[in-house]
Design a protein around this ligand. Structure first.
Ligand SMILES: Cc1ncc(COP(=O)(O)O)c(C=O)c1O
Length: 381
């Protein structure tokens, strides 16, 4: 067989999925592994949402739909963005896709030409760089390590005549940090002055503990140059439903829809009716999950600090990002092999020296995980 795509061969597999699969394999061999490596809420999808989906199936909502997503769902998303985020995009600027990940790929395909540079703010979620590269763009990394995970003017040093897009993620996976108004203003100024698109991934928006979520798309003159990404996976524990959305200018939304028409067509019709029920229904389910995540966050961060670790500001999402002051790949390997605890080394997020621990797990599991880390670290050579 002739060689497969060089572009794809040069892209690493998803580190988070790889380590989780490895933990799963170890479990199937009878090893008692605790897996805190994946970003998935451990709660059930709320019943009123699954009921709406089941009803939709029974009512025959099982056929092709508008490729941007059902009008009802896009109108509800538009209303949500206006109300919660101050982002003013009507239904024609909304594209509903198979998860926020799918929207991010579509956004890159829609916007990038070969050689266009995309600034990725590190530590960064594992799929941004592959998305840029698959779309033919050139990733340029800018690290916030050592800057309290906030953006300062040094970001401008990464901007060239070829910069087409800056990718933001607040609250952040993996650090849990929430970008301040000052950070977002710096990005907005750079985007306006240099004709750059901001891709703002806000998937963890509803999981913020002490801080306030701000959307760059609501800032002056940013509506037309921002692609706001969000979805249902994290806020409503709907990871397997595969429903995400993007809000953008009509021109960008049209280009993204073209990508969608020629790839997925649209997400499952009945799943979109479930998503509509999520937005229209009682929002107290989000609060209940957030309260529980907050309890776990305080526990896990407190334990790690008492072991002498420094952690990034865990203001949002459901991750503790731990500075292990050493080789994260080696330590991650030893935690897995010797302490039987799977967590993701920071190298996967362009942040060597750190390890990401997901606290989206039951309290008993987290207690056992912390016990194992403490025991391992106490006797580590
Ligand atoms: C930062 C970030 N963006 C996007 C996604 C993708 O979410 P979805 O399940 O909607 O594709 C994830 C999932 O882990 C994520 O952590």
């Amino acid at each position: 067989m002739r060689p497969l795509s060089e572009k794809i061969s040069s892209i690493p597999p998803s580190a988070t999925i790889e380590i989780t699969d490895r933990a799963r394999r170890m479990k199937s061999e009878g090893i008692d592994v605790i897996s805190l490596s994946i970003g998935e809420p451990d709660f059930e999808t709320p019943k009123h949402i699954t009921d709406a989906c089941i009803n939709a199936l029974r009512e025959g909502k099982t056929h092709y739909e508008a490729s941007q997503g059902t009008l009802e769902l896009r109108e509800a998303i538009s209303e949500k963005l206006r109300k919660d985020n101050g982002v003013d995009v009507d239904a024609s600027g909304i594209v509903v896709a198979c998860g926020a990940k799918n929207n991010i790929y579509e956004a890159m395909e829609a916007c990038l030409n070969p050689g266009d540079e995309v600034i990725i703010i590190d530590p960064s979620w594992v799929s941004y760089e592959p998305a840029v590269r698959i779309a033919g763009g050139t990733p340029v990394h800018h690290s916030l390590n050592g800057k309290d995970f906030q953006i300062d003017d040094s970001l401008l040093e990464k901007v060239t005549g070829k910069t087409k897009m800056i990718v933001l993620n607040t609250p952040s996976n993996p650090t849990g940090s929430v970008l301040s108004k000052e950070s977002l203003s710096i990005v907005a100024d750079i985007c306006r002055d240099n004709d750059i698109i901001a891709l703002s991934d806000e998937i963890y928006e509803k999981l913020i503990y002490d801080k306030e979520h701000l959307s760059i798309g609501a800032m002056n003159d940013m509506a037309e140059r921002t692609i706001t990404i969000n979805g249902f996976s994290k806020a409503y524990a709907m990871t397997g439903w595969r429903i995400g959305y993007a809000a953008a200018s009509p021109e960008i939304a049209k280009a993204m829809t073209k990508v969608q028409q020629h790839t997925i067509s649209h997400p499952a019709t009945f799943a979109m009716w479930g998503a509509l029920a999520a937005l229209k229904g009682d929002q107290s389910c989000i609060k209940d999950m957030r309260v529980e995540f907050d309890r776990r966050r305080r526990y896990v961060c407190g334990e790690l600090e008492s072991m002498g670790f420094k952690t990034a500001p865990a203001d949002g999402a459901f991750y503790a990002f731990v500075n292990i002051n050493g080789d994260d790949m080696e330590r991650g390997e030893r935690w897995l092999e010797e302490a039987h605890l799977a967590a993701t080394p920071g190298t996967a997020f362009n942040a060597p020296g750190w390890i990401r621990i997901s606290y989206a797990a039951k309290m008993d599991t987290l207690k056992e995980a912390m016990r194992r880390i403490r025991e391992f670290e106490d006797r580590r050579d």
